[in-house]
Design a protein around this ligand. Sequence first.
Ligand code: ZN
Length: 743
Amino acid sequence: MGIDPLDTGPLSECTASTDELLCRCGTSLHFRPESPLMDATPDPAGDPQLLLSSVDALPFDRIRPLDMAATAEVVLAEGEALLTALSSEQEGALSGRSLLRTLERQYDRLDRVYGLAHHFQSTCDSPAWRSAWAEVQPKITDFVSRWGQSRAVMKALETIALAHEPDRPMSLQRLLDTMLQSMRLAGVALEGEAADRFRAIQTELAASSTGFAQTALDSRKTWSHLIEHAAGVDGMPLNWRQLTAAQARKNGHEDATPEDGPWFVTLDQTIATPVLQHATDRSLRERIRRAWLRVGAEAPHDNSSRMARIVALRLEKARLLGFDTYADLSLATKMAESVDHVLALTDRVVTASTPLADQERASLQARAAAAGAPEGRDGLQAWDERFWSERDKEERVGLTDNDLRPYFAFDNALDGLFELVEHLLGVRFELADLPTWHPDVRAYRLLEADDNSVLATVYIDPYSRPETKRAGAWMMPLVGRSAALGADGAPRKPVAAICCNQSPPVDGVPSLMSFREVTTLFHEMGHAVHHLLAEADDVRQAGVSGVEWDAVELPSMFLDSWVYHRPTLHRLARHHLTGAPLPDDVIERLLAGRSHMGGGMLLAQAAYNRLDLAVHRTTEALEADAIHALANGQLAATRPLPPLPEDRMLCSFSHLFAGGYAAGYYSYMWAGVLARDAFAAFTELNGDRAAEARLGRRWRHEVLAPGGSVHPMKLFRRFRGRAPSEAAMLAWHGVPSPASTGT
Ligand code: ZN
C-alpha cells in the first residue's frame, strides 16, 4: 500500500466494473481437447445456442470464434427487430411488464456476447478470436449506441413508468428510473440544435480522450537517460539493473550488462519508481521526478490545450443536460449525494490526517538529516520523500515478499478464503467437474450450507499465462441471476470467473503467493460473492449490475480487509513445508506495513479528490494555464510540500482525461470509507464467532443479495444502523479520528 509519487493512478488495480465497453476479443484453441462432437458434426456456420442456452455451466471447451460471430448475428437481428417494432408504435403490442421482460432478455443476450468475448480475449488470446471480434464489435457498439438514443425506446419506458401501478415493487421503480436517466444523460431528450451540438460534443470528447492517452504515452517514451558509471546506480536492486541493461542493449549498447552497465533509464513505471525508492544519487531522483511532472506537457507531445478543451466540452455537455457543472452531472449517477458532500468528507480526512502526515514528514526529515542531507525542507524535496520512506519502512516493517511467500501457498490461501466465506455467509464451496477454458482453471459450485442446494457456479483461474492471458486480476460476471430467464420456471443461477496472475507451481513447488496477491484474491472473491449471491429478480440489477460506480468496490474491499484480521491470518498462513503458522512478530509487522506513512497517503488521495472536483466544477471555459494553476493550488493547499512551479501532472492524468474517473476520483476514498466501516462492524464483535456468523448472514442478505436493486446508501444504513463513518478508514491508515465523524 501507500501512494506512489509517480503514480497519479488508482490505489487498486481491480477491473471488475461491468459497465466497461468491450473493445477487444480473442481466444486460442490450443488447449482445447479434441471434441468428438465437434469433429463428428463440423458446423461452419457456428452455433448460437452454445452461448445463449440458459444453462448455469457454459460449454467453455466447445465455444469457438465462429459461434461467437453467429451468436452476435442472431442477437443483433433480434435487437433490430425489437427496435423496429417499438418505432412502428404498434399500440399495445409491446407494453407494460411483457415489454420489460423482452427488454431484459435483449439486454441479457447482448451482454452475454460482450461478456464472453471479453472473457475469452482476456484469458485465451489468439488471432482467430481477435478477427472474430473485430468483425462483430463495431456492429454491437453501433447497435448499443442507437438503442440508447432511441426515442421509441424512451417513449415506451416512459409509458410504463407513468402507468398507474399501485403494487409496483420499489426495485422495478428504481430500474425504470435508472434506465430513463441513462437515456436522458445520453442526450435522447434533446431536440434540434441542442441535439446536434450534443452529438458533436460526444464525438469530439471520444476523440480527445483517445488523443490524450496516446499523447501521454508518446511523451513518456521520448525521455531517456543513460547511466555509464556504477556510482550512478548505487542502491538499485539487481532486477532493476537487469531491466535497464536490457533496455541499453535494445538501444545500441550491445555490451551492456547488469553488473557494469551502461543502464538505460526511462519513464516506464517499472524503471522510474524504483529510482525514487532506492537510488542514492539524489540528482538522478530529481531528474526523474522533474521529467515525470512534464509528461504530456511539452511539444510535440503537449496535452495542455487538449486537456482544457476536454474540460470545456464536459461543461458544455453538462449545461445541455441541465446541470450547473460537469461535477454535478458526474455525481447524478453515483452513490454520493453531492459534490459538497464529497468535499466535506475530503475536508474531514485532511483535518484528521494532517497532524500524522506532519509527524511522518518530520521523522523522514530527521532521518535524511542524520544521513547528511540539508536541514529542513531542502533536505526532503519531492524526489526525496519516497527514498527516505523506503528506508523507514525497511526498519519498521522490514518484510519482503520472499519472507512471506512460503506461508501463502495458493491452495492454503484458497482454503482459508473459502473457510472465511463459508463462516460469514453460510455457504459451501464444492469442487465441480465442469468444462473450463484451461486445465489450470477450477470450477466450484456454491451451495447453501443449510440444505446443500446449488446457488451458483464460480471458476477460479489463478496462474499467469503471459502469452494468452492479460495481466492483473479481475472478476468477470458471466451469467447473471434472473427470475424470468431461467429454465422450467426456476430462477437462473449466476456464474462468475475470478482471474489472477500469480506464478504457477513448478517442479512440485506450489504457487507461493505474495501478500499482495493474497489480498487481491480476497478482493476478487468479494466481487464474486456479490454477483453469485444475488437475489434481485432482474438481471440488470443482479449482483454487481446496476450498482453505482462509487459503491461497486464495497463488497470487494470489505472482503480484502480480512487479510489483516489476526485470527483469520492465523488460520490462513501456514508454512507450506512445515505447517508452522506465521510468527506473531511477522503479523505485527504486516499490520504496521498497512498503515506505514498512512497520513501522507491519505493527504495525497485527498489532494487528487480536490483537484479533480475543482477542475470539473468550473462554471466557465478556462485556458490551460488557469486549469494548471487551479490544480496546483489544490495540491498546495492539501499537502505539506507545495508542487514545483513547473508541475503539469494534469497533462498525463489519464484517469481524469482518458478514463472513467472524471469528477469520480473520490470513489477510491469513498469505497474505502464504506468497506472499512462495514468491516469494523465485525471487529467490534471481539472474535465472537457465533456473532460474526450472524452478522455475516445479515451482510449477505441485506447488502450482497439486493445488489443493484436498492440504492447502496439505503443498504448500508440498514446494515450498519447509521450513515457511513470514516473513523474506521482513518484508523486503518493509522490516523486517530476526531470524536465525532459521519458522512
Ligand atoms: Zn475491485
